[in-house]
Design a protein around this ligand. Structure first.
Ligand SMILES: [Mg+2]
Length: 228
């Protein structure tokens, strides 16, 4: 496993060696919903262990959509698994370069209220932040005073929706970008209540003004899906 992140760890927003969090918005006095977004395959193109900032490419329409979502005033929160770090494929320093390149391409001042990432390897499924565990959502709720139940999550993989559901988020949205096309059948089978859209651009915030009927929610249903 690479250890290069140790060299710059003091400059990076670590909670510990495997948990990255950066908060750009003060904790609100009143609980508010948030829009959670996966990164790879939702905001930027899926590039399979992306670690080269020159390879960062926004999914078409992302900037306009982020501006649209920000106009509603709800915090946008990024939650991303970065197992390539835990597997020694790249470092936190490389992650930061990719992350900064993404922000440069977006070109909006502090578009995200907070960003959470973890470096856990796919085998580290218990007691970690790695989705499908809900740890990043729970941490965000504490950091920003969020109401998870009335929040929404947009992801391209089943694990994104499972993590959100385990956190108590009722509105789960699946995109076909990234791994979305190949994951769609599993999503439909496991989460029939998930909203199915082509990409983040098609996510309509106005449609979530009221939480889904709790009696229809299957978010507590255990799933037999392993983390990929
Ligand atoms: Mg993804």
């Amino acid at each position: 496993m690479t250890r290069t992140w140790f060299e710059t760890a003091d400059k990076m927003p670590f909670l510990n060696s495997q948990h990255w969090h950066e908060i750009h918005r003060p904790k609100g006095a009143a609980r508010t919903p948030a829009i959670f977004l996966d990164r790879d395959g939702v905001i930027i193109e899926e590039k399979h262990y992306l670690c080269d900032p020159d390879q960062v490419e926004l999914i078409p329409g992302t900037v306009a959509k982020l501006k649209d979502l920000l106009r509603h005033g709800l915090p946008l929160v990024v939650v991303t698994n970065q197992s390539g770090i835990g597997q020694g494929l790249f470092s936190w320093a490389a992650y930061e370069l990719v992350h900064q390149r993404m922000l440069d391409l977006i070109g909006i001042d502090k578009p995200f209220a907070a960003i959470y990432a973890n470096s856990h390897a796919p085998t580290e499924t218990q007691g970690t932040w790695r989705k499908p565990n809900p740890g990043m959502f729970v941490q965000a709720a504490a950091d920003l005073n969020l109401c998870l139940e009335s929040s929404a999550m947009v992801g391209d993989k089943v694990v994104d929706l499972e993590a959100a559901s385990r956190a108590g988020i009722k509105r789960i949205v699946h995109v076909k970008t990234g791994h979305g096309t190949s994951e769609r059948a599993k999503v439909i089978a496991c989460y029939p209540r998930a909203e199915l859209v082509n990409s983040l651009v098609d996510f309509a915030l106005d449609a979530c003004s009221s939480p889904l009927d709790a009696t229809q929610a299957d978010y507590k249903k255990p799933l037999e899906i392993k983390a990929s």
